[in-house]
Structure formats: C-alpha cells, structure tokens
Write a protein that binds this ligand. Structure first.
Ligand code: ADP
Ligand code: MG
Length: 719
C-alpha cells in the first residue's frame, strides 16, 4: 500500500524519476544535473501560450504563433560563404504562409510533412512579401492539452530539449506534493507548510502568470534565506571563539590624539569607538570599516592598533601594494614611535627578512606592516592580537584565505588552555551595497565613515576629448603647478597590440584589476614612458617622472618619496598609485583612456587628489562619441556610496566582489537588487540562526538546508 506521507528525497539520483534511464542520466550529469533536486530546480526560461495560435488567414504583423504543416522546404547557399537560407510553406485549413530561416540548414530535415507543428516568430514584410521570420517550432503532439494556457519552455541542456524536460516533469508530477519544506517553520519566522512544494509545482505546471510570479518570488526568498543563514551561522561560530580583551585607556588614546595635526571628524570618532569597544570584548571582532577615499581610515586603524599594543599585543597591518605598505609604515611610525611603539615593514624587497621574522617571533616589534609577503608560513607572531587589512577588496580570495589560516596558526594558547583568536578589522573604500551586506557579508559588523574631513571640496570632474587637451588641460596643469600643487597623469596600455586590446576590453567590463598585470605590463610601461616624453617636450621646465609596476621596489619607493616631498611636478603612472596613496598636495588627476577603467577604479584613482584643503580637479580623457555611463556618473558625483550603487546597477553584484567575480554566487532565481525581499529573508535567517544556535540538535532535521548553506559558506571570505 502506498504511503503518501513519506516525503520525497530530493537527493536521489535523477534515475529515480520515471522516464530517465542511465543514458539520459549520463547526459544530464554532464549538464550538472545529478539529483532530483537539481532537476526540479531547473526552471523554465520562458512560458509559451499554445492556445494563442491563430489561423493563417488571420495573421497580423508582429509576433505570431500558428499551428500547421510544412511543405516545399528547401535550403539555398548564398554566395557569401557558410550562409544558408531555408524557406518553406506553412499551411493550415485557412491558408498558407511563407517562412524563412537563416543559417539553420538543419531545419530542412527537421520536419515531418504529415505532422502538425506550432511555429512562433515574427510575421513581417520582407522582400515585398509577408513571411514568418525564423520561427521556433514544436511538434504539436508533444504539447499536451492542459487546462493551462502556459507551457514551460526549458533551456536545452546537452542535447536534451524542452520537450524532453516537459516529459520528465510530467513523470514527476504526482510527486511534487511530497517535496519537503526547506526552511524551518519558527514561531518568530513562520512559513506556510508545503509552500515550497507548491511553488515548485507551480513553476513547472502553472495555471497563469500570477502563479509563476508568486512561485518565483518564494523560491527566490528561500535562496536569499539560505545565503543569509550561511552568513549568520558563520557569525555565531566565530562568536564562540575567544579572543583577548584589550581594555580602553582614555589617557593613552588622548596621548595619541595629541600628536595629530587635526581633530577627528565625528564619523571617525564613531567608527573608532565601535572598534575600541570591540577590542575590549572577549569575542573576536570581525568588523569592516567602510569609508570613502580620503575619509581618514588610516588614523582610525592607528588608534585601534595602539589600544592593542598598549595591552601587550602585536598588530599586523596588511596593505595590497608595497607602495602603500611603505607609506603606512612611514606615517604610522611617525605617529606611534613617540609613544614607544616599535614598527617594522615587511614587503618583498625587505632586506634581512630572517632577522625581522625572528624579532617578530620573539615579540620585539609591535606593529608589523606589510604586503602579502607578510603571509608566508615562516612568519610567526609572538602575540598577534589584532589583524588589520587595508583595502580589503583588493586582496584575492586565496590571499584572504591564506591570511585567515595564518591567523589561525597564530591563535594564542594561553595557560588556561583556551585558544585565543586575533581580532580582525578590514577596511575598504569600496562600499558594499546594502543587499550584499545583508546576504553575503551578513556576518560582518560594519562601521561607516560617511563624512570627509573639514575643508575638503568635491573634486571637479570633467570628461575631455583628446583634442581639447591643448586648450583646456595644459593651461590647467600649468595653473595648478604654478600655485605650488602637483599632478598625477594615469595611463595604461593603449590598444596597439592584440594583448593590450583584449586587456582593455576586459577592463571596460570592469574587471581591470583582474586583467591588469597579465597581458600588458610591458605595453603599460611603454605607454607611461611615451606619455612622459610627450609631457617633457610640452613642459620642458617641469620636473616630470614616471612610475610603473615593473620598476624595482626601491626605485618606486624613491620616486614616491620625492613626489610626496613635492620634488616632482607631474607623476606619470600606471594604476600602481590606485589605492591608498596619500599626497595631499596633489590637486590634479588626469586619466588617459578613461573608458578602459571600471567605475570603482576610476573613483579610487580620482581619490588620489582632493586629500588636502585645496580645490582639486580630475580630467577623464575619452574620445567616445557618447561617454559611457560610468564616466558620466563620475562627472556627476564624488560620493563613493552613490557610485557604488551605480556600479551595482551597471554591472550587477556578481562582478564586483572577490570570489563573486568568478560567478561563484550563482543565484538561480533571486537577484541581489531586490532589496525588499532580501531584507525579509535576512530577517528570517537571523531568527533561524538564533534558533539553531540554541537548539543545535534540530539541525539534523534540516539536512538539505545545511548542505546548501555549506556551499555558500565557502564563499564568505571575510570571516
Ligand atoms: P583613506 O580613508 O582614503 O585611507 P587616509 O587615512 O589616507 O584616507 O587620510 C587621507 C588624508 O586625510 C590624510 O592626509 C590624513 O592625514 C588626513 N586626515 C585624516 N583624518 C583627518 C581629519 N579628521 N582632519 C583632517 N585631515 C584628516
Ligand atoms: Mg587608505
């Protein structure tokens, strides 16, 4: 006797479905469909309404569907090589119509002249006669008469077409009701039992469009819920770790602030206070400090570091480039050395690394600043209490993971036996959109510096054609330099060689940071040198030098130091100065071939100026007929948060963040722009996370949910 209460086990292989044998299963497997779950989540790409077919005699121009037989089919090869035109006549009991396909020669063999098909395509006037252009065709017998007028169209996968998928789902139809709920039905986050089964059923067998929409919405909700729960559970996991308490000392903090040539902005004070309080706790901090370029994150990091050091711990500060690490080391040493803090720089070019590492291990240095050269296996800390990552988004996923492993290895094992994890502070100028904050990065605490230091003026930005440089830009350069200021001129590989061209095409899609350094380092160097020569010829009296990634670190350092000291008027550079570099006297930024950069990168580059109280300018050189939306956005706004939202709109979130750039966050249904749904799902996920933490034994009941979650947890990179 069948027992209808047994829920369907979605983790069964696809062969459990009627009509799927080993051969089909092998094909499906190649398309990534292994289990019944994979199958039921294969969503239709569209729906067709076969009842909308019209009689041929009644055709009107536009998108049409007819049901008829085919005759007179023939394929001609045109004079252009590899180009074919297939024509045929479709007829029904009301009349006949001509149809045509281009480059679909297989059509000639596709049809059985005795059978009826549904044809869907555009009916339009072409070469003086009305025809149906390149229609899709489905065998009418395959379309079962249903009460519904919506017929799902599945994407073809590995030779399995939509009709086949329809058959598989027909075979499973009776079982859908047995699909178990995915998420728990909790008093504070109630879910209607059976809603998942119902939604999946309606996606595949809808009665009307509203049903489809509601079903999609619920499935998207579940997807976002999983994502949110993954992050929340990570958060409660890391809450279980112990870390050292680093008590706040008003006097010490005051002593440091006394050495600053300015007072903190209110936003800086708030962020600092968040962090200093976190450091006092016994649970490890995992906080992201978000602040636009130039908002003054470094000093917040310095105050935090000082609290850790005063409490007897070491601090590691990680920067994405050696130029930035060196600048930090210099600035922080100046600020903290008078207070007795011992600072060291550890980058690739550091001499006597072994000696330094020995000192780190023995605890003779307090603050270690470096690039990823810091994250090698043989760097062992004496008492690592706080780890700061500057420009966190610039680190690759692998590097971040390595750093984490590193901090794990540096977990302290004090006498009481309980291991202690270091606190973690990440800093970024690339704001994380709210949608990602609630989902992928839901495990982070966030502090925002939403205010620039007093006296800063918005950077005047202008898109300029290359031909206008002479009349507008060159005089401006002289004006700035004559009033004692300095200029950055950024260039990159021009599209000369094939490699460079493909590089900039990639960059145009906003992946500049990934592509850079791979194909075109040499071309970049060449274009930097060429631009320098050009400017030297134009302005023979000025001191103009160049900087690029292929120079020796010592050379780069020397040039940066002289630029910072005001000894260079114009610095022609690749994007090596993109992040973090701080020379407040520079007031003019020129970006050649600006169309080649992503929005976040443009904003970062522009952020190298406007760091002092003098008015600053940015020229974006573009010869595009209509400048891209990115450049227009740059012209309109200097607000990093606004630009990040624009970037999200233009590019989509998947392109923007770390591993997400590699499509790891393949959401099937949800989009990360549906903020309302995200907010709802993440609220429920929070409640569930609390429930599962308090009742861990119940997790077993939700195996499917947790296996989905562990997939997402591998993506969450900052924890
Ligand atoms: P970012 O947030 O981009 O890392 P930085 O920390 O490099 O910014 O600071 C940019 C510049 O602003 C530095 O020259 C720094 O000394 C200065 N600065 C930071 N805070 C203040 C403040 N409260 N008032 C005036 N200048 C400040
Ligand atoms: Mg910075």
């Amino acid at each position: 006797m069948p027992c209808y209460n047994i829920p369907m086990d979605l983790s069964q292989e696809v062969t459990a479905a009627k009509g799927i044998g080993e051969k089909t299963a092998a094909k499906l497997e190649k398309a990534g469909i292994f289990t019944l779950r994979d199958l039921v989540y294969l969503l239709p790409r569209d729906y067709e309404n076969y009842q909308a077919a019209v009689k041929i005699a009644k055709l009107r121009p536009g998108k049409v569907m007819v049901k008829g037989k085919i005759s007179h089919i023939e394929t001609k090869h045109t004079r252009r090589r590899n180009f074919t035109v297939t024509t045929a006549t479709i007829s029904d009991d009301s009349g006949a119509v001509r149809t045509v396909w281009f480059n679909q020669a297989y059509r000639a063999k596709q049809f059985d002249e005795k059978r009826e098909y549904y044809f869907t395509g555009n009916y339009e006037l072409k070469n003086n006669r009305y025809q149906i252009m390149s229609p899709s065709a489905v065998l009418a017998e395959d379309i079962k008469a249903t009460s519904s007028n919506l017929h799902p169209i599945y994407p073809s996968r590995n030779g399995i077409n939509s009709v086949k998928f329809c058959q598989f789902f027909d075979g499973l139809k009776g079982q859908f009701a047995k699909i178990p709920d995915l998420v728990p039905n909790l008093p504070d986050a109630p879910i209607k039992p059976g809603l998942r089964a119902d939604s999946l059923y309606k996606i595949h067998f809808p009665d009307n469009a509203t049903e489809v929409e509601e079903a999609r919405k619920y499935l998207a909700y579940e997807e976002l819920y999983e994502l949110g729960l993954a992050a929340q559970l990570m958060k409660s996991e890391s809450r279980k770790l112990r870390s050292e308490k680093m008590p706040f000392s008003l006097q010490d903090t005051k002593n440091l602030l006394k050495n600053l040539p300015f007072t903190l902005t209110d936003a800086q004070k708030r962020a600092t206070w968040d962090i200093l309080q976190d450091l006092e706790k016994e649970t490890p901090m995992n906080r992201l400090l978000q602040g636009d370029v130039g908002s003054g994150k470094t000093v917040v990091a310095a105050i935090s570091a000082y609290q850790a050091i005063r409490s007897g711990f070491q601090v590691a500060l990680l920067a994405p480039t050696s130029i930035l690490a060196e600048q930090h080391a210099e600035g922080l040493d100046e600020l903290l050395a008078p207070l007795g803090v011992k600072t060291a720089l550890l980058v690739g070019a550091t001499k006597h690394k072994d000696l330094l590492k020995k000192q780190i291990k023995e605890g003779n240095v307090d603050l270690i600043i470096g690039t990823h050269a810091l994250i090698t296996d043989d760097t062992i800390f004496h008492r690592l209490g706080l780890c700061i990552i500057d420009e966190q988004h610039r680190f690759g996923v692998a590097q971040r993971q390595k750093l984490l492993a590193k901090t794990e290895r540096n977990i302290l094992k004090p006498a009481d036996g309980e291991p202690r994890a270091p606190h973690l502070l990440s800093m970024t100028a690339t704001p994380i959109p709210r949608s990602l904050q609630l989902t992928v990065f839901g495990d982070l605490d966030i502090s925002i510096i939403n205010q620039l230091p007093k006296g800063r003026q918005p950077i005047k930005t202008k898109i300029l054609k290359e031909t206008a440089q002479k009349s507008e830009l060159y005089p401006k350069i002289l004006e700035e330099i004559n009033s004692g200021h300095q200029v950055y001129w950024i260039c990159r590989a021009i599209e000369e060689s094939g490699a460079a061209a493909s590089d900039s095409a990639t960059a145009a899609r906003g992946k500049a940071s990934l592509a850079r350094g791979q194909a075109s380092a040499a071309a970049e160097t060449a274009s930097v040198k060429k631009q320098t020569k050009k400017l030297q010829a134009l302005f023979p009296k000025l001191k103009i030098e160049f900087l690029h990634g292929r120079m020796k670190p010592a050379e780069k350092d020397e040039i940066m130091t002289r630029f910072a000291a005001g000894k260079i008027n114009i610095l022609v550079s690749t994007t090596v100065v993109e992040v973090g570099v701080n020379v407040p006297n520079a007031t003019l930024m020129v970006i050649s071939d600006a169309e080649n950069y992503g929005l976040a990168q443009l904003h970062q580059l522009r952020g190298r100026v406007g760091r002092g109280s003098a008015e600053s300018f940015c020229y974006l050189i573009s010869d595009a007929e209509t400048p891209s939306r990115r450049l227009q956005a740059m012209e309109q706004s200097t607000d990093g948060f606004y630009l990040a939202e624009m970037d999200l709109k233009i590019r989509g979130p998947g392109e923007i963040y770390g591993s997400l750039q590699h499509g790891a966050l393949d959401l099937r249904i949800a989009t990360l722009t549906d903020t309302k749904l995200i907010a709802r799902a993440s609220k429920a996920a929070k409640i569930a996370a609390r429930y599962f933490s308090q009742n861990p034994e119940t997790m077993l009941k939700y195996k499917e949910l947790f296996s989905g979650i562990s997939h997402y947890q591998q993506l969450t990179i900052l924890n």
